[in-house]
Ligand binder design. Structure first.
Ligand SMILES: [Fe+2]
Ligand SMILES: [Fe+2]
Length: 174
């Protein structure tokens, strides 16, 4: 159950941006699973979807992990034992996702280059995508139920502004 959402009409705060990232993580993990499930897609469709999946998990997901580990975690740590446990779990799960995310980037990169390889890569792609859909669903829900509400409840408006600025700065091209 998601207890927190964007607030219609209100200006976007840092949590709104993080929630937008969560929607994209869910969507791209499912897109990866759909590439594996489809049998009637053209090579061009497979290549385009695979390129989008590769790009998201290679470039955007690491920025979201940095948002949480570098901008959120240090500001929330040490305030409450249950929250600290949730933050430790969050960090451990990020590390736990790395192997499958790396594999998904490699598989989707290979399919973006050579969509004709789908029959040979389908089984592994399906397994990796299914594991990630399940892992992210649980991980994102825990962040939305425990970590993100704590950001809005415990941090000052200055701290929220600082997180927002850091999240935006990470996405500006160098
Ligand atoms: Fe996370
Ligand atoms: Fe997250």
């Amino acid at each position: 159950m998601i207890e927190i959402g964007s607030r219609p009409g209100a200006p976007q705060d840092a949590v709104d941006l993080l929630l937008d990232c969560h929607a994209r993580i869910r969507s791209f993990a499912r897109l990866a699973a759909r590439i594996a499930e489809q049998s009637g897609a053209s090579d061009r469709e497979v290549a385009e979807s695979a390129a989008r999946v590769r790009r998201y998990f290679a470039l955007a997901l690491p920025l979201h992990v940095a948002d949480e580990e570098e901008s959120v975690l240090p500001r929330l740590a040490g305030r409450d034992p249950a929250l600290d446990a949730a933050l430790s779990r969050m960090e451990a799960e990020h590390e736990g996702h790395e192997e499958d995310v790396g594999r998904l980037v490699a598989l989707s990169g290979a399919l973006a280059e050579d969509p004709g390889a789908l029959p040979f890569l389908r089984g592994e792609l399906q397994a990796v995508a299914d594991r990630l859909v399940r892992a992210f669903d649980e991980h994102l829900r825990a962040e939305e139920e425990v970590v993100f509400p704590a950001v809005r409840k415990l941090l000052s408006s200055e701290e929220l502004e600082a997180i927002l600025a850091e999240v935006r700065a990470r996405r500006r091209s160098p």
